[in-house]
Design a protein around this ligand. Structure first.
Ligand SMILES: *Cc1c(COP(=O)(O)O)cnc(C)c1O
Length: 393
């Protein structure tokens, strides 16, 4: 595909390799293995002398099509698809780091990501120092001679803190470390971290890329050397958290509408955020698209819009927060995000319930905090659903 196509065009036309049937919609290759013409061809495929599919834990044409499409949207040379967002993070770390390496990570990460670094990778002698997402000087101060990876999400989950990707890419470069950005909240429709100097992009494709809450998936993107040759693909092929071709097909079809969905999520979220700011009992609204957001200027420089996630703090603590949750009739009480249907979460007792109180306090996840992943319903209907529980707080 030509380099100067716009993102919404690439989302429709990349990764298409028609079969002998000349189908218009992308084919779905549900097969675990591939057949060879001869013993010699099998040997050549296994030795790597001849390119081609062998087994779907390694490569699959539908998965490849998804990888090509996402690589085009992120402006990446290479993409490796994984079974989930968490296995993308695992593949990135296991593929690139070794025992004795050090990671500097944002304190404001997805709960399971914090657990992965703190409780699992620590057992393999990969140590992580957590710092404030919004303070590049703190990242610099946390560097050690063995620091190999800087890891962040922006905007963060659930507080929508915005990290300065270009500034942290400069810190990483000076230290000889890689910068990995979990681009789940923005998707490439709003933010392209590689253009800002990041070395790696991580995706939970489960969220906006898929867009309708049906299947899990993930991806690691970056230059060919890092992703394909140095170890990410090797880890995936050997350890096996591969993306199912069925899931790849669902996500790829979801990506066709990524741009218009993200525009609609952002417009709806901005309207809900503005409305929440004016509601009694709401102490604070976190949304990068609001001028009251501490990194509003940076967010508007780095992202095309504020995103679909709004979080807000209620004056009445857990009781008030749970009252809003228990009063909704339409909005789903679920931890997923990026779905066309709006979802509401109490992070302190769900997504961030398994990390220590200390890490929760440090990350600012208070008992009165709610996160809404604003969907594609009419904003007026969403406000009415939220107002029911707010009115009584
Ligand atoms: C959901 C999520 C993940 C994990 O993705 P899964 O597909 O659920 O494994 C990682 N990072 C962020 C920011 C997420 O929201």
């Amino acid at each position: 595909m030509s380099d100067d196509l716009e993102l919404e065009t690439l989302a429709l036309h990349t990764g298409i390799h028609r079969s002998q049937f000349n189908e218009h919609s992308e084919a779905l290759y549900l097969t675990s293995s591939f057949v060879f013409d001869s013993a010699a061809q099998a040997a050549a495929r296994f030795s790597g002398a001849e390119p081609g599919n062998i087994y779907s834990r390694f490569t699959n044409p539908t998965v490849k099509a998804f990888e090509e499409r996402l690589a085009a949207l992120e402006g990446a040379q290479a993409c490796v698809a994984t079974s989930s967002g968490m296995s993308a993070i695992l593949a990135c770390v296991m593929g690139l780091l070794s025992a004795g390496d050090h990671v500097v990570a944002s304190r404001s990460l997805f709960g399971a990501t914090v657990s992965l670094f703190n409780n699992i990778l620590s057992r393999f002698a990969i140590e992580t120092t957590f710092v404030s997402a919004t303070d590049p000087a703190a990242w610099e101060a946390a560097l050690r001679p063995n620091t190999r990876l800087l890891f962040l999400e922006t905007p963060s989950n659930p507080l929508t803190e915005v990290a300065d990707i270009a500034a942290l890419a400069a810190v990483a470069k000076k230290a000889g470390a890689w910068l990995a950005v979990d681009n789940c909240f923005c998707s490439p429709a709003l933010q392209r971290p590689l253009e800002l100097g990041a070395d790696l992009v991580i995706h939970s494709a489960t969220k906006y890329l898929e867009g309708q809450g049906r299947v899990l998936g993930g991806a690691v993107l970056g230059n060919r050397e890092l992703v394909m040759e140095r170890g990410v693909f090797g880890f995936l092929r050997t350890a096996g958290p591969s993306l199912s071709p069925f899931n790849a097909w669902i996500i790829m079809k979801g990506m066709e509408t990524l741009k218009i969905r993200m525009d609609a999520h952002c417009a709806n979220a901005l309207e809900i955020a503005r409305w929440l700011e004016a509601q009694p009992g709401v102490a604070r609204v976190h949304y990068p698209g609001l001028p009251s957001h501490p990194q509003h200027a940076l967010a508007m420089r780095q992202q095309r819009a504020g995103g679909g996630i709004v979080s807000f703090e209620l004056e009445g603590g857990r009781e008030a927060a749970w009252r809003v949750v228990d009063s909704v009739r339409m909005i789903s009480i679920t931890a997923n995000l990026g779905d066309a249907k709006s979802t509401l979460t109490h992070p302190a007792t769900t997504t961030h319930g398994r990390i220590s109180q200390e890490s929760r306090d440090a990350a600012g996840i208070t008992e009165g905090l709610l996160r809404i992943a604003v969907g594609l319903e009419a904003a007026r209907d969403l406000k009415a659903d939220l107002a029911r529980g707010l009115r009584r707080s």
